[in-house]
Design a protein. Structure first.
Lengths: 337, 184
């Protein structure tokens, strides 16, 4: 019986490996969220010359655990005027899209375990970068639906702001990435990393790197671009009415998106897992670069005040888009010559 | 004891399920009375179409379908619905209903005609997975096809879109000078 089953499953090993990889990556992403919350609170504390959480466990490491337990046991309140189905659907969309986006992110060369070559990625599709943009674009629906279904003016404003902002900055994001695509000649993220084995793209595309990073911060709704949830004007924007774990799911989505965006910047501009002569494992090199970028995200949040909404739009459409178009033009000319 | 091909079976099941969901979703678009849910059904229909493209190895088209239609176009629909407040529609006149019935019967007639005339013909010079892989991915295959054989129609289409965009701006232009806000 068992032998039969093993014999039958033999040609489908890749399916089993794929499922295991998907589970591991999704689990790791969910596990990294409390760690990031801790890191952000500690670092923010340091930036603002205070201590940050330091009571629960060593260095306050127990704080995220106690926070998540608190959130899990909180009463879930839904006001009567809300659209129940969409109210439940919205946070699920945010977390789902955030996790699925990470599926095409590679984080190392393939390794060999028991005569099986295992690539350190969930899926190697030849349109890798387009997949990331497609799925992360779907994530906007989570915020718009959350704002709409709450039946609350502040939430609605937050939802509308998020959709307008993310569509505007997605343009810059795509155009900046297009310069790298033109350089590499491939949409696959693995090809992009392999093409940077002698020097990282940031050296020849500094402007594209800057544009991509700014647009990436805006895409993840992080400060100074966190207008959808501006607490001084919109109370908390699209998640005003959410409580308990559903409230926490929006933050899970945001932190996972932060990780994905840092990973994308690393793959496109910082050379991925190439360590350029420093003797570390490829995966450590990759994780180090991503970790550094995550710290930059937090650093930005505690340094810059939130910018005004009309300035955000002007900045996006009148500065970033023309600059990225110009950059793309120059890059294409150089590639053709 | 296991005699079937697991891969083929899974693939067929998934294809059928996605196709069925697409039909259900498109029925939802026309049968649902709340505009937000109509828009959501339309989005899910587009996602199902993208999944079908994906199942037939057209990855690039699938991604573009999601980015352009499900991502960009439908978010604007939802934006407008959210701005106007999606109240449930009330069925008003019976004239619209009879028009709708006429439309449905015409469509059914066309379907019947298409079924009796013969099976749909495959597109000339069809791409199978081997040729696509030889060229180097679906994105490259489409790019080569689009910018070599179909260059003129492609450029004409982009010209048409440009005219449409300019036309919209002309139609929607304010007749008075808009109040200028100082932006910097």
């Amino acid at each position: 019986m068992i032998d039969d089953a093993i014999e039958f499953l033999e040609p489908y090993t890749y399916l089993i490996i794929g499922s295991v990889k998907a589970l591991v990556i999704a689990g790791a992403l969910l596990g990294i969220v409390p760690l990031l919350v801790w890191l952000e609170r500690r670092l923010m504390g340091r930036f603002q010359v205070r201590l940050g959480p330091n009571r629960v466990g060593p260095f306050g490491l127990g704080q995220p655990i106690s926070d998540s337990i608190k959130l899990l046991f909180k009463e879930s309140i839904i006001q009567g005027s809300a659209d129940k189905f969409l109210f439940h659907l919205a946070p699920a969309i945010v977390v789902f899209t955030a996790i699925v986006t990470f599926a095409v992110i590679p984080f190392g060369d393939p390794i060999t375990v028991m005569d099986q070559e295992i690539g350190l990625w969930a899926a190697n599709v030849d349109i890798g970068l387009l997949f990331v943009f497609a799925i992360s674009g779907m994530g906007i629906y989570g915020m718009v639906l959350a704002g709409f279904s709450s039946n609350n003016k502040y939430s609605l404003m937050g939802g509308l702001r998020s959709s307008a902002q993310m569509i505007s900055y997605e343009l810059t994001l795509g155009l900046a990435a297009l310069s790298v695509i033109v350089l590499t000649g491939s949409l696959s993220l693995i090809d992009m990393v392999n093409s940077q084995d002698s020097y990282p793209n940031i050296l020849i595309q500094p402007l594209a790197f800057l544009l991509f990073f700014i647009a990436g911060v805006a895409e993840t709704n992080r400060a100074p671009f966190d207008l959808p949830e501006a607490e001084q004007e919109l109370v908390a924007g699209f998640h005003t009415e959410y409580t308990g774990m559903k409230f926490a799911m929006f933050f899970m989505g945001e932190y996972i998106n932060m990780v994905t965006m840092s990973a994308l910047v690393t793959l496109l501009f910082l050379g991925g897992w190439n360590s350029y002569g420093i003797p570390v494992w490829p995966i450590i090199a990759f994780a180090g670069k991503v970790g550094f970028l995550l710290c930059v995200f937090i650093w930005l949040r505690s340094t810059y005040p939130r910018i005004r909404y009309d300035r955000l739009m002007t900045f996006g459409w009148k500065v970033l888009v023309p600059l990225s178009l110009l950059n793309l033009l120059v890059t294409s000319v150089f590639v053709v010559l | 004891m296991f005699e079937f091909d697991l891969f083929e079976l899974t693939r067929d099941t998934v294809t059928m399920a996605v196709g069925f969901t697409a039909v259900l979703a498109s029925l939802g678009v026309i049968l649902c009375s709340a505009p937000v849910y109509c828009a959501l059904y339309l989005i899910s229909n587009m996602i199902c179409l993208a999944l079908l493209f994906l199942l037939y190895n057209a990855e690039f088209i699938a991604a573009v379908q999601i980015i352009v239609y499900a991502g960009a176009v439908m978010i604007l629909f939802l934006f407008i619905i959210a701005l106007l407040g999606g109240k449930k529609e009330v069925q008003e006149s019976s004239a619209q209903r009879s028009m709708a019935f006429t439309f449905v019967i015409t469509m059914l007639g066309e379907l019947f005609l298409a079924a009796t005339v013969g099976p749909t013909k495959p597109i000339e010079g069809g791409f199978d997975p081997q040729t696509v892989a030889q060229v180097g991915g679906s994105a490259k295959a489409i790019g080569l096809e689009l910018f070599s054989r179909h260059l003129v129609p492609f450029e004409l289409a982009s010209g048409l879109l440009l005219v449409a965009a300019v036309g919209i701006i002309c139609l929607a232009k304010f007749s008075y000078a808009p109040v200028r806000r100082r932006t910097r």
